[in-house]
Design a protein around this ligand. Structure first.
Ligand code: TEU
Ligand code: CA
Length: 576
């Protein structure tokens, strides 16, 4: 049994500032827009908000390229606005966490400007510089690693004639965590500046990439490319424990919570070490098992829905089992700003199924153990935008850097074969990060209510075409909406907190390709959840033990649930 903490029972609502709400009509979401909607957020039943990077940034990667940790990106507001937002969040009895992006900075950060100014700069060693390799007289980067957004992870700096490392864009040079002075500066500027202003914790970006190991060539898995997948090398390097223990000593002073982003970590014992209470590293992590499903090593080369339900269930089991007999803690999430919409990915966004899909996923998530994360718009059941969007309307650097070259390559290799191009576009439309970044639909008004009605500037990104299908205003007054169901489920989750948030998870029918049936147990109490992942009705078959013990239906995600039949995308929870 693990110790109780506020963040374990917490429900955290993630806000993407650019796309949440534009208060002043410049087409870009802002901090005052968040302030205006704090009561809306509180009414959902969440108790903590997480703000994606709102720091000063040239926005090459939407703020994940920080120019100054101690300033706010001007279109979003000021440090004073942040102080007000922190105070107003706390006044409502909620907490607020920020995104801590300290694996890398922007190339415009003064630290990097100094580092690149000369080889003798006192900050030279704050980033990762290496000389070129020469192969047959030709200049080559130090190794063959493929970057997260395509291409080499190394960028040549003509001024000082060395390469610097960037696991993401060239405009995002990696900080050198091996240097103690750099780490101290990170803690002071990136963390303490905001902890002193009252933030309650951090979502820690790419936390497992701080220690890069010995940076030898990655094995060749894609012979057609010069650059090879190296995620298993630059993640979880040898000094991770040391760095996280040190970082934790800073956080401890403020009793701040952390949730670390943890891609490329299939080794469960490594995950457990990150989040085991006695290890004093992180409070919890986001494992990628669920969101990576069906994706393969090359994100935009997969076909939509190319996985079977048992794989999805197994991925959930891997996150739930983190707390089985350990002192660790886990998370529940299906969406964030890097993922497409869960209704589209895991259920169906067909008009007749969208509401049922959104409600069932809410029921499933609320029945799983761990800290629950909801991404803005997920509470409304927002879906992916359509196939009709033009490539130029995808704004994310991941889509343009990665998908467009891929699309061009497909075009070239297939000699513009329409079928091949259709498949490439379908993959992009299914998985692009852009779907999560579409401005939130608040109403059916101009700009879907995202910008003020009299605004002269269009939102920075295209809004969804028909907001009458799904918007916050309508759902607030509709008992059958996805939003109304989330509110109800969060109450249920609170009422049965021990069982649903802390209980032991067991998959009762792991091989079933249509239905997800799992139980939660806590000190002699038991709940069973049943979720129909198909788009048609199914005969209800409860596990024998449940049926015999006369289970009581606690909640169903559809109106007028039938006794012997599950509706399409219906979820239920029984108390046994
Ligand atoms: O993401 C890091 C990450 O490993 C992936 O989720 C990444 O977005 C994916 O490989 C791209 O297809 C974090 C942030 O969540 C993301 O938004 C940033 O772009 C990235 O770090 C760099 O800071
Ligand atoms: Ca604005």
């Amino acid at each position: 049994v693990t110790e109780r903490k506020w963040w374990k029972d917490g429900v955290i609502y993630q806000i993407y500032p650019a796309s949440f709400k534009d208060s002043n009509g410049d087409g870009i979401g802002d901090l005052n827009g968040i302030l205006e909607e704090l009561d809306y957020i509180k009414a959902i039943g969440v108790d903590t908000i997480w703000i994606c990077p709102m720091y000063d940034s040239p926005q090459v990667d939407m703020g994940y390229d920080v120019r100054d940790y101690e300033k706010v990106y001007a279109p979003y507001g000021t440090v004073q606005d942040m102080e007000r937002l922190i105070a107003e969040t706390h006044n409502r009895g909620m907490r607020i966490i920020l995104d801590l992006v300290v694996n890398h900075t922007s190339d415009q950060h003064v630290w990097f400007q100094e580092s690149r100014s000369s080889k003798d700069s006192p900050k030279r060693d704050w980033y990762i510089w290496r000389p070129a390799r020469y192969v047959d007289g030709e200049r080559k980067p130090p190794n063959n690693w493929l970057g997260n957004f395509g291409g080499s992870v190394w960028q040549w700096d003509a001024g000082t004639e060395e390469y610097y490392l960037h696991l993401f864009c060239p405009e995002q040079p990696d900080l050198n965590w091996e240097n103690a002075e750099t780490r101290a500066a990170i803690y002071k500027s990136g963390m303490e500046f905001w902890l002193e202003r009252g933030v309650d914790g951090f979502r820690v970006d790419t936390v497992n990439m701080y220690s890069k190991g010995d940076m030898v060539d990655a094995p060749i898995t894609d012979p057609s490319s010069e650059w090879q997948f190296a995620g298993l090398q630059y993640c979880n390097g040898p000094r991770m424990d040391e760095y996280l223990n040190e970082m934790n000593r800073v956080l401890e002073k403020y009793d701040a919570m952390t949730v670390g982003e943890c891609p490329n970590t299939p080794d469960m014992s490594r995950v457990i070490k990150y989040v085991s209470a006695k290890e004093k590293q992180l409070n919890m992590v986001f494992q990628f098992d669920v969101v990576d499903i069906g994706q393969g090593p090359y994100k935009f080369q997969t076909t939509p829905k190319n996985y079977k339900l048992p794989e999805f269930k197994a991925a959930i089991r891997r996150t739930q089992d983190l707390i089985r007999g350990t002192d660790a803690w886990t998370t529940v999430f299906l969406e964030n700003h890097d993922q497409s919409r869960s209704v589209t990915r895991f259920t169906s966004d067909a008009p007749e199924h969208r509401v049922a899909g959104g409600r069932m996923l809410s029921l499933m998530m609320c029945a799983l153990s761990g800290t629950l994360f909801i991404y803005q718009g997920q509470e409304l059941g927002m879906t992916n935008f359509g196939l009709d969007w033009d490539m130029s309307e995808y704004k994310d650097v991941d889509s343009s850097n990665y998908a467009s070259p891929h699309y061009k390559m497909v075009a070239q290799r297939s000699n513009n074969d329409p079928e091949a191009l259709k498949a490439a576009k379908a993959s992009l439309q299914h998985l692009a990060r852009d779907h999560a970044r579409v401005p939130l639909s608040w109403s059916t008004g101009p700009y879907n209510g995202f910008s003020p009605a009299d605004s002269k500037v269009a939102p920075w990104m295209r809004v969804l075409d028909d907001a009458s299908v799904c918007n916050a205003e309508q759902q607030q007054s509709d008992d059958t909406s996805v939003l109304a169901f989330w509110k109800h489920m969060l109450q249920v989750r609170r009422e049965y907190n021990d069982l649903l948030v802390h209980g032991q998870f067991d998959d009762l029918d792991a091989g079933n390709e249509k239905v997800f049936v799992f139980s939660k147990t806590w000190q002699g109490k038991k709940a069973v959840a049943v979720c129909n992942f198909t788009d048609g009705p199914l005969a209800l078959q409860l596990p024998a033990e449940v049926a015999m013990e006369k289970a009581r239906l606690l909640v169903s995600s559809v109106e007028g649930a039938k006794e012997k039949e599950l509706a399409a995308f219906e979820g239920r929870i029984y108390l046994v």
